[in-house]
Ligand binder design. Structure first.
Ligand SMILES: [Zn+2]
Length: 88
């Protein structure tokens, strides 16, 4: 499969070069969260600011309208801050 490359404008914040990477993006709906993996993201090589191409942002907007009905699930620990701070 041919790997497409996309060019981005320089970072609007620091002027750094923006390069496309695949990143994880978390999305929250009140008490629910979904983890979107391998999202094509322009990442500033200087300050790390993320940028999304219009078609990627449109796809993310569509995917995040409501929590996904058909998705793989992973378990993550829910840690109470108070308990962690006492044990350190
Ligand atoms: Zn930057």
């Amino acid at each position: 499969m041919k790997q497409e490359s996309h060019s981005y404008d320089d970072c609007h914040i620091c002027g750094g070069h923006v390069k496309e990477v695949r990143q994880r993006k978390d999305h929250y709906w009140k008490d629910k969260v979904a983890v979107f993996n391998d999202v094509p993201t322009g990442q500033c090589q200087k300050c790390g600011s993320p940028y999304y191409r219009p078609e990627i942002r449109a796809r993310l907007d569509k995917l995040t309208r409501r929590p996904p009905a058909n998705a793989r699930y992973i378990s993550v620990p829910l840690v109470r801050y108070a308990n962690v701070s006492r044990s350190i």
